[in-house]
Design a protein around this ligand. Sequence first.
Ligand SMILES: Nc1nc2c(ncn2[C@@H]2O[C@H](COP(=O)(O)OP(=O)(O)O)[C@@H](O)[C@H]2O)c(=O)[nH]1
Ligand SMILES: [Mg+2]
Length: 265
Amino acid sequence: MLHRGAPMARVIVVVPCYNEAARLPRGAFDGYDLPEHELSFLFVNDGSTDGTAALLASMVEAKPERYAMVELERNSGKAEAVRQGMRRARADGAELVAFWDADLATPLAELAAFIAHMEEDAARLVVMGARVRLLGRHIERHFYRHVYGRAFATAVSRMLALPIYDSQCGAKLFRAGEELDFALAEPFLSRWIFDVEILARLVVCTADATPDLSQRIYEVPLTLWRDVAGSKVRATDALRAVRQLAQIGLKYQAALSVRHRRSGP
Ligand SMILES: Nc1nc2c(ncn2[C@@H]2O[C@H](COP(=O)(O)OP(=O)(O)O)[C@@H](O)[C@H]2O)c(=O)[nH]1
Ligand SMILES: [Mg+2]
């Protein structure tokens, strides 16, 4: 609850962009507002070879108080683009930092609910979108991606001993603080499943903290989500993700096994 006279919390939404000139819905970005927060967007142009740089530059020029851009010289992948963007957002004084896919597969309208869930509990560290097909919602996911996503999230959930429904939704919100800084300190080992590595790092740095991490991450069932055409994720990435999940499990094995011992079978 916002008290009158309280300064508005600063929210920065990091948007990784690789060749998004044709997909980035400029009007939707221009039209979204959060009246009770200070909202801005930080686009990370990840070495795009299409008109992305020009599009983002014209958005920044039109609304410099609302948009900023980071340029990575070479294409480094979504994970590194998000990491660089979130570190910059943190340095720019964000209190809440989100990352959000440029195609707005998750509409920006969902962000307000993410923030409300973050603000209702001061211990909360992460609020993430979950693509759950419930009656009355519009979750349009390709069948095979849905099935793969469910199997993958189940594996993640077992590996981290956290009951996660959807680890890979491209809309997540984080509370700025030492836990987030720890999670962003080093490059990720995967280009795509860095979401899992962020969670694994949070397991490491909150191992002895209370409440337990399972109570500090909140999944929001989205009301609207659709697979936007033009995805850059290929079938080979899905196979690679399984190998990378195993690598993440190995890298953070010590903290994960303590967590497994504590949480029982
Ligand atoms: N920085 C960066 N972002 C990427 C890259 N590939 C995809 N993205 C971004 O990641 C987000 C999701 O990409 P998308 O292809 O829609 O993946 P999908 O929704 O999982 O099928 C978008 O914001 C893309 O611009 C990449 O190589 N580098
Ligand atoms: Mg997409």
